[in-house]
Design a protein. Structure first.
Length: 449
């Protein structure tokens, strides 16, 4: 499938406005494929690093860096370090967005990848608490902070490179390549951790867990080679002469686009909440309840693979039927399924975990993830799009995925192990996202320029 075909007609919908970017119509198929490949592979590598930490926080760090604590407190502390990375994501979005809106999207993508690679590789060689004491978890938190800043800058640049190169009728599908890097990275990270868990056995907690982190150094080199070959966004090139008027993009975003940021942030809460509750907290619950660790990781990989497929399908459907319809459908399914899926997740069986991860992580998260990237980015003008979209998207990721595992663990402690408060929390997040989507205009036919 190429990105040059005409959009299908939606009954009753107005015809799409003419695209005035000037450069999209002449973009060759080879160039478009290179841009999409760069966005997908680059994001996959960065999210491999970022989500790899989440898997390790579920089954490794509580035993390696918080081994002296009570089991419940140790996993809570491990999830706190996980949340640090998510808290840093909006900060990274603002920092990289500032320079991305003024100096260009491409440069920031290269820098974000370098930062991520260095931080992840250093985690792979970090001594344990038994070896260097309290300095170990402190350094772990600092490296997680760098990871969060790096991935906060990654999504905005990758999504905008695809969005701003693509023709109007294919923007959702094009942007989904950058978004799909997330589940692709999760799939790769889970498979590598699963392989190391199966092959190293009792040595997994000693040294086996470090190998996936060290592999990041090789992946980053591959990603940089691909990323350096892409061309700068044509819409940004048209605005280069106005750079002096855009000295501090975040000021304009907070002054003129506060409503768009707030609503887009809430609209973006659903998919990261699915990720945090099912693939981080849910993995921990399943392993602690007695399900074999390797089996849990394999089904987590299956869920990521399904998310990848559903993301592309949902994005393509959003080009045809609108972003809002797809987001509302995914949100409604999440509200209905929250309680039954969490019951399955916590019942101590592999089949229960498998159904929960396939439906919650694979189907529901994919339905939300597919149209979301384009939906958020389309709410902002080109001159501040990197900053505005990153702030909203990464803010939603922080609140949804960053705090969800920690909140779920806390609710379980307070409720003496009952699952219903977590289900109520998840359903509430989904409902809030639906309200925000209803308050935002449909953007799939808008002209970005």
């Amino acid at each position: 499938m190429t990105l040059q075909s005409k959009a299908p007609t939606v009954p009753g919908a107005p015809p799409p406005p003419a695209d005035t970017s000037g450069q999209q119509a002449t973009l060759t198929t080879v160039e478009m494929r290179r841009i999409l490949a760069s966005g997908f592979i680059g994001s996959a590598i960065e999210f491999y690093d970022f989500i790899l930490y989440g898997t390790a926080a579920s089954i490794v760090f509580n035993r390696v860096y918080f081994a002296g604590l009570d089991a419940g407190v140790a996993i809570f502390a491990s999830f706190v370090t996980l949340a640090v990375g998510y808290v840093a994501r909006p900060v990274g979005g603002v920092i990289f967005g500032h320079f991305g809106d003024r100096a260009g999207r491409k440069r920031m993508l290269v820098l974000s990848m370098l930062l991520m690679g260095v931080a992840t590789t250093l985690i792979g060689v970090l001594p344990t608490t038994a070896q260097i004491g309290v300095a170990a978890p402190v350094i772990l938190v600092l490296l997680r902070l760098v990871q969060g800043i790096a991935v906060g800058g990654e999504w905005g640049g990758a999504a905008l490179m695809a969005l701003e190169h693509a023709p109007t009728e294919k923007r959702g599908f094009a942007t989904s390549f950058a978004s799909a890097g997330g589940p692709a990275g999760a799939l790769l990270a889970t498979l590598v951790v699963t392989l190391m868990s199966a092959t190293t056995g009792d040595q997994f907690l000693v040294w086996g867990w470090r190998v996936p982190f060290l592999l990041s150094a090789v992946l980053i080199v591959i990603g940089l080679v691909i990323r350096l070959k892409v061309t700068e966004s044509p819409m940004f090139q048209q605005l280069q002469e106005e750079s002096d008027k855009r000295k501090v993009p975040i000021v304009e975003v907070l002054r003129n686009h506060r409503r768009a940021v707030g609503l887009a942030l809430v609209a973006a809460l659903g998919f990261p909440a699915c990720q945090g509750l099912l693939t981080v907290w849910g993995v921990s619950i399943a392993v602690e309840s007695g399900v074999e660790r390797t089996d849990v990781l394999l089904w987590k990989a299956v869920g990521a693979g399904i998310t990848l497929v559903v993301t592309f399908v949902a994005a393509r459907l959003s080009d045809r039927f609108g972003r809002r319809r797809m987001l509302l459908a995914g949100g409604a399914l999440g509200v209905v399924c929250a309680y039954p899926l969490l019951l399955l997740l916590a019942n101590g069986t592999l089949w229960g975990f498998a159904i929960a991860i396939v439906m919650g992580n694979g189907v529901i998260q994919g339905m939300l993830f597919g149209p979301l990237g384009a939906f958020v980015a389309e709410q902002f003008p080109t001159r501040v799009r990197y900053t505005g979209a990153s702030l909203a998207y990464q803010g939603g990721s922080t609140l949804g995925a960053g705090f969800a595992p920690m909140i779920a663990a806390g609710l379980m402690v307070v409720a003496s192990g009952a699952i219903w408060p977590v289900a109520l929390f998840w359903a509430g997040v989904m409902a809030a996202g639906m309200v925000a989507v209803l308050a935002i205009r449909e953007s799939s036919r808008s002209t970005l320029t």
